[in-house]
Design a binder for this molecule. Structure first.
Ligand SMILES: Cc1cc2nc3c(=O)[nH]c(=O)nc-3n(C[C@H](O)[C@H](O)[C@H](O)COP(=O)(O)OP(=O)(O)OC[C@H]3O[C@@H](n4cnc5c(N)ncnc54)[C@H](O)[C@@H]3O)c2cc1C
Length: 383
């Protein structure tokens, strides 16, 4: 076991760090206020090789792995969780294609992402989020394809996407085994995208409803076999949760970036804030949770890169870093006192941004259910 990054990993991490500091951080507050993604960032990040990191070079990606994705996203989200998420979330739509796509499908769709298009992963519906098996959007076989009807909600980057990976019921009576996945072009007749939804935080990343009214999808756009969609979504999450854990990791780091200089610079009762044990211990606890978050995230990503089952570790990392981020943002405000509550300082945005980490990509409660299920599996295997 070794804990050192390779030279290439250290380089890409540094590149992401510099880009985030120089290009993302100065835009963060305004993008949050405007509730709008800053499109030129995407082209800049693409040119630097900071996107499509885990996509094989054959399709125009960087040909690296989940660990490099985590290293980069940590830095981008350290500068702004909203802008960082909007930049990184194409990976969530690319993953089902990488996992289940035929060679023809990979050649058809992935290079479009490598060239700068956006795509979204569309699973959640107004009536079914945690209960993914309960989705209602239907895909009925007709002629040479399928007809989709229904709606999705909370779809990240939907307003920017030129295609969607959509999960729909092909056999409504078969529960989670009746779900299939499809790639659907944005300009398909009958597909409409709603206005970006108003949100507490992560406002620079657009999130929309998507409606399907008699949308025709050709047969070659089905990903994998009929009925394999649910399993594909779950396998996708095993790959993407280390990335989302890295979002949280970046946020915890940013809380320290903001709170530590404040605590060393401000005086109270004749001492610096950090010289008061109550404040020092909060900062120390932030560092403890940062280090734990980092190890958990990198471990979950590393397992994915080894091709090993990482369901347990991906959920542990996602749950831990999300909770750590929410906790650290709350305490960062506390350390800054009244200034922490002011929109003039970054920490109130960190607090608003952090909350979503405990909700999307499986809530913190759902992660714990997955972890408990995996623990039982290990027990049954005599581990
Ligand atoms: C900003 C944002 C971006 C998102 N991006 C996407 C995206 O790109 N694509 C996409 O498909 N989805 C996306 N989502 C949706 C997200 O994944 C869901 O919101 C999430 O899975 C929770 O589902 P829900 O909102 O329906 O809440 P519910 O499932 O209704 O849950 C409500 C509460 O009940 C708890 N709960 C529910 N069931 C159980 C259970 N069995 N055991 C214990 N507790 C339970 C939950 O933990 C939660 O606290 C996004 C959401 C947000 C807010």
């Amino acid at each position: 076991m070794q804990f050192e990054l390779t030279e290439e990993q250290a380089m890409i991490r540094q590149l992401a760090h510099d880009f985030a500091r120089q290009e993302i951080a100065p835009l963060a507050a305004q993008a949050d206020r405007d509730q709008r993604f800053h499109l030129p960032l995407q082209q800049q990040a693409l040119e630097l090789g900071l996107l499509n990191i885990a996509m094989p070079e054959a399709y125009g990606g960087m040909g690296l792995g989940a660990l490099e994705v985590a290293l980069v996203t940590e830095q981008l989200c350290r500068a702004c969780l909203g802008l960082g998420t909007a930049l990184c979330v194409n990976a969530l739509a690319a993953e089902p294609i990488l996992l289940a796509g035929s060679e023809t499908q990979k050649q058809q769709w992935l290079p479009r992402l490598a060239q700068g298009e956006f795509a979204s992963f569309a699973l959640t519906e107004p009536g079914a989020g945690s209960d993914a098996a309960g989705i209602r959007t239907s895909a009925v076989r007709q002629g040479d394809g399928y007809v989709l009807n229904g709606s999705k909600i909370w779809i990240s980057n939907a307003s920017l996407a030129s295609f969607f990976v959509v999960f729909a019921k092909t056999d409504p009576a078969a529960g989670h085994k009746g779900i299939s996945a499809f790639i659907v072009e944005r300009d398909s007749p009958g597909l409409t995208v709603g206005e970006p939804l108003g949100k507490l935080g992560q406002r620079a990343a657009p999130t929309c409803e998507v409606f399907f009214d008699q949308v025709q999808v050709p047969l070659p756009n089905r990903l994998g076999a009929e009925g394999e969609g649910f399993a594909l979504a779950m396998r996708t999450f095993d790959q993407s949760r280390p990335m989302v854990a890295a979002f949280g990791l970046g946020l915890v780091q940013r809380c320290i970036d903001e709170a530590l200089p404040y605590a060393t610079g401000r005086q109270s009762m004749g001492q610096r804030l950090i010289d008061h044990q109550a404040v020092a211990h909060k900062l120390a606890e932030m560092q403890i949770r940062l280090e734990a978050s980092r190890l958990l995230t990198y471990q979950a990503a590393w397992l994915a890169d080894q091709g090993q089952r990482n369901t347990l570790q991906a959920s542990v990392a996602k749950a831990y870093t999300s909770d750590a981020a929410m906790w650290a943002a709350t305490e960062a405000i506390q350390i800054l006192g009244g200034m922490g509550y002011s929109t003039e300082y970054a920490v109130e945005k960190l607090f608003r941004d952090a909350k979503v980490l405990q909700i999307y990509e499986g809530t913190s409660e759902i992660q714990r259910s997955i972890i408990a299920r995996e623990m039982e599996r290990h027990l049954a295997q005599g581990r």
